[in-house]
Design a protein around this ligand. Sequence first.
Ligand code: SF4
Length: 746
Amino acid sequence: QIGSQAVDKKVDSVCPFCGVGCLLTYNVKDNTIVSVDGRDGPANHGRLCVKGRFGFDYAHHEQRLTTPLIRKPGVPKDPAALTGRSGDWRAVFREATWDEALTLAAGKLKDLRDGHGKKALAGFGSAKGSNEEAYLFQKLVRTGFGSNNVDHCTRLCHASSVAALLEGVGSGAVSNQVSDVALAGLILVIGSNPTANHPVAATWMKNAAKNGTKIVLADPRVTDLGKHAWRTLQFKADTDVAMLNALIHTVIEEGLVDEEFIRTRASNFEALRDNVKGYSPEAMAPICGIPAQTLREVAREYARPSGTRKGAMILWGMGISQHVHGTDNARCLIALASVTGQIGKPGTGLHPLRGQNNVQGASDAGLIPMMFPNYQLVSDRAAHQWFENFWGQPLDDQPGYTVVEIMHKVLAPESDPHKIRGMYIMGENPAMSDPDLNHARHALASLEHLVVQDIFMTETAWLADVVLPATAWPEKTGTVSNTDRMVQLGRQAIEPPGDARPDLWIIQQIANRMGLNWNYVDAGPPPGAVAPSGGSAAHAVASVGASSSGEHSGVAAVYEEMRQAMHAAISGITWERLQRESSVTYPCQGADDPGQPTVFIDRFDTPDGRVKLVPADIIPANERPDADYPFVLITGRQLEHWHTGSMTRRASVLDAIEPMATASMCGADLTALRLQAGDVITVQSRRGAVALHVRRDDGTPQGAVFIPFAYYEAAANLMTNAALDPVGKIPEFKYCAVAVRRGGDV
Ligand code: SF4
């Protein structure tokens, strides 16, 4: 038992995993986290899930990177040689001093920029880092690399939701916070498995259901929340638009629209009305697999909940966004909420459940190729001029390439003036997270120069020229923004191992060696020196982060600059306020402003202040099952493991609970294939194959296979399809065709 006497210190921070943003306390003894407690944060009120409570010892794992590494001369970058996480990097890399590694990392990027032009470089930042790191990274790419070729995993997550929200309501963030589920008469949870992916949020949903809120769970997979649902809509995968248009059709046909809301606060209603005329529940039932009567019943209850609470709220996940029609899916949700007037009040609204702990903040900070901080378009003349003045550098006014587009541009012919030749990747693992991994890994291996900054030798780092050892979340101070639009402060609890350095320090070092002149972070130990435990670079950031003097340097200086760049959005959230309050909701425009948990009360953030209703029609998945590949592959996450597994699979408790990759199939399919739970199967698409054990899950629909993408030894994304939603540029992770056969080499 770890009692308060047993630890040296208790440090308040934020969970580093999902977008719920639970506040927690690290209990530290001898520079080691020995346990974690939940604390009374606005999103969790003391609750933590298994990842937050037990997923902390990855920070102390023996495989942490502790010194800069440089690829040995003549060692090829062979994607086929990614042999797993315990491989010995000494055959591929040699240890280097920081000065040597940074000089090579930045020098070659600079050479490529100067020799081939500003489009020759790109950078991936991370939704796992802080807001300050995201802000500084995108500023480096825009002012140092000279283009907008900067992106991060929002492109793989909710980019289509954000595209639809910006178009429809003028803001990509949620309209209402998760806690509003307790105020709603009905919540529609669609394309989301919150029990696994937003576990503490799911507990609030279950509590609400206990108190009378009706849950409608709509998903091709029936997951745990279905036990608490009033209605479960197990619709056929890929038929979201058909089903949602049927709900909108019903609302309009049965006179359930909010006419006053439509007249005063919406635009383009006539086009929406005309479009859904052909989408009656009776016509759509055979397509989506939900009886017409059920669709009508759900539409009525959503529009006018029958209990005492009259609001209805929509929460969605990547089952909505990760399709070639992801933007259309989200457009339908916006339209459904708007025509019924179920937005702009507590207990209503639109909530795309953000995945990573800081995917909201990283996007807000400008870590996306088409927008500066706070979603100001790079192509907007006024915004462009403002940032040129603010940063004192000429800026590109053309949107950059997105994650998957960047991989294509790496493999572009030599004659392409936009061919990408060098990349800087901080804290992301595209060699596991991108679709069609053989293509993505081939692209990464083909780069003339790849710099990877991370805490472990990820699959991406194996393909790097230079690897820079960075700090884990408990080793730094910084802010993250959760799915509820809460900016939250994490405080440094432990010192980094060996010669690992703070990410802000590393970004600044790269920037200055590419010709910029930044002084946010103290220089730290002399280049090439090995920092002792508690090295001055780490202290420079941490001690300033803990300061309340108002003399801003280090992380606080970056935060304050970002606050200015984001204008009114977080103007009332100063560094000093965060030190006092730990968590503040935005928009927040003044020192006394408590922040706005509900937005769009009077007007939307669109130019005319109205929600824009955008009709959507059925667009089929890019790759449908056929005789050769008769099953649908659905990828996703599971409760114990996070994204590409680089952290949670090195967390001892989590790894002990879920140690190996499995594929989920329903009993009927197992019987048809003469399989039993536990058998080894091979799942194969046109792009790749994996072998793994199969588990029985009758929530997985017949004809489908579900595989989490956290396992390098059975990487689900070897099989996924890189086809993109044309607006959000998000890949179709939730649907591609595969074959399943018994046996394989695990
Ligand atoms: Fe962390 Fe999310 Fe779990 Fe909360 S629900 S403890 S933020 S992983």
